[in-house]
Design a protein around this ligand. Structure first.
Ligand code: ADP
Ligand code: MG
Length: 146
């Protein structure tokens, strides 16, 4: 059993309903509060709702990512449009236990996690003592953004 954390984001359609549904489909044991955040990387789009979920899983990281991508498709995610552009749902594998993984199509911890308030704030709510391998404690990373 591995404790993993998933980042959830949505900025099209019924954002809150979609995020709560995704958390259910993932089998999340805990879901953070949903926070509204400004778009990142591509500014001309609606604001996001973001959250983080904890999931206790028997899947490998690769299998879990595959499941997340399937759930994205099931909830109407398409991959048209610009990178970092609008999406009905984005599910990112943020942390997988304390593992560091560098494989084609799979990087854990998620490469932009340590610099995004939209990810760090929900993670800190779930567990502020959480450590991002190679980067440090979530609470410290968050403080460093100020
Ligand atoms: P982003 O989430 O960075 O805006 P996408 O959701 O379009 O971008 O993801 C693009 C690809 O990133 C996915 O197809 C997936 O293979 C890859 N990827 C690599 N590592 C991860 C990870 N930890 N979580 C989610 N996707 C990842
Ligand atoms: Mg993604």
């Amino acid at each position: 059993m591995t404790l993993a954390y998933v980042g959830l984001g949505a900025n099209l359609g019924g954002r809150e309903v979609t995020i709560r549904r995704a958390a259910e489909l993932i089998g999340a044991t805990r879901l953070s509060a949903l926070i509204e955040t400004e778009p990142w990387g591509y500014a001309d789009q609606p604001p996001f709702l973001n959250a983080a979920a904890a999931v206790e899983t028997e899947l490998t990281a690769r299998e879990l990512l595959g499941e997340l991508l399937q759930i994205e498709l099931g909830l109407g995610r398409t991959r048209e449009g610009p990178r970092f552009g609008p999406r009905t749902i984005d599910l990112d594998l943020l942390l997988y236990g304390n593992e560091t993984i560098e494989a084609p199509g799979l990087t854990v911890p998620h490469p932009r996690l340590h610099e995004r308030r939209s990810v760090l704030e929900p993670l800190a709510e779930l567990d502020s003592a959480l450590v991002v391998p190679g980067k440090g404690e979530v609470a410290a990373l968050l403080a460093a953004l100020d």
